[in-house]
Design a protein around this ligand. Sequence first.
Ligand SMILES: Cc1cc2nc3c(=O)[nH]c(=O)nc-3n(C[C@H](O)[C@H](O)[C@H](O)COP(=O)(O)OP(=O)(O)OC[C@H]3O[C@@H](n4cnc5c(N)ncnc54)[C@H](O)[C@@H]3O)c2cc1C
Length: 384
Amino acid sequence: MAAAELTQIRDAVRKLCASFGEDYWKGLDATRAYPTKFVKRLTDEGFLGCLIPETYGGAGLGLVEASAILEEISRAGGHPGAAHAQMYVMGSLLKHGSEAQKQEYLSAIASGALRLQSFGITEPTTGTDTTSLKTTAIRDGDDYIINGQKVWISRVEHSDLMLLLARTKAIDKRSRKSDGLSAFIVDLRQATGNGLTVKPIDAMINHHACELFFDDLRIPAANLVGREHEGFKVVLDSMNAERILIAAECIGDAGYFIDKASAYAKEREVFGRPIGQNQGVSFPIAQSYAQTRAAGLMVEKAAALFDAGEACGPEANMAKMLAADASKLAGDVCMQVHGGFGLARDYHIERKFRETRLYQVAPISTNLILAYLAEHVLDLPRSF
Ligand SMILES: Cc1cc2nc3c(=O)[nH]c(=O)nc-3n(C[C@H](O)[C@H](O)[C@H](O)COP(=O)(O)OP(=O)(O)OC[C@H]3O[C@@H](n4cnc5c(N)ncnc54)[C@H](O)[C@@H]3O)c2cc1C
């Protein structure tokens, strides 16, 4: 896509975000409410379905454009985490779903008739060790029966569908670590209360994450996505997209913090001069700016590789880590520059500071990215 068209997309997102100012997000944060109106506008204006091919009613754009959309939402003070999964989860369906599944779901997702906002992977007892997960899916005639537990599954109460990863082969029968897991579409509207119990988690940020309890939940075998036992590959395709898109959000968060810190450092006067005249104030902002620009280049590189259909594991992981570090630093600098006012909710910074902190641990923690780079890029001995 030409640079001018990307600018047009950024301008359109900024315009949309201007109708949902920072008080909108502050109000939602205080009441733990979901940004229903914002997500509807994003869907109606085609942004949430931007990665869905035109044949299925989407805009047929790439990750470069999707990244720009999420970055702009963050930069404007919004929390794209409320809706971002709709962009990356459908990638698994697109790449591994049957034609019947694509026909059934993708155009409905693009139009907003169906919401695919949930990605059910993490479990309380296995955490980061995804390939050891314990939730089982046992074939029974035309159904699978699901039993087990998930934790931290975001937006379940604001989604119609969830992509679930469950074990279809006993752990001692698997041929390799990733063997024996399968991916399924769960229709949350039918499942909730009929074998699926959803319990919201009271958390530091307004991310609508829940615990899920599966007790003999029946789902049609037709909801299997890709091949049985090969579900890890199915979700992996969404995971690289997820890392790149969340990295873009972090770049937006960092830009938000740098904008606010710079403006305040110019305007706030103490000792008879703007605080930004002190290098102890301006240098951390400048350092954070340089770090953010560098991380942004890695995000662009990872998104371009993804769109070209090339391997992008190292770049997606590095983009996520560098961008999350950049936004964490920028958030800290912004808080410091604001002195006591950084802690005042009316300044909005503390909310964004809490939100961006998530990305040190989710969707993958910094340690696990370093472990990936050490083993798969630098060929160092495997640690787990
Ligand atoms: C708000 C929120 C929303 C989330 N949304 C979703 C969602 O929608 N879907 C979903 O599936 N999950 C979701 N998650 C889960 C998230 O992906 C996990 O929290 C994350 O993967 C870490 O898992 P854990 O919390 O079990 O940490 P653990 O695996 O228990 O790890 C704890 C700490 O130990 C470190 N650690 C563990 N093993 C090693 C090792 N071998 N070497 C070095 N360090 C190690 C980790 O880096 C981490 O810092 C969400 C989490 C949060 C907080």
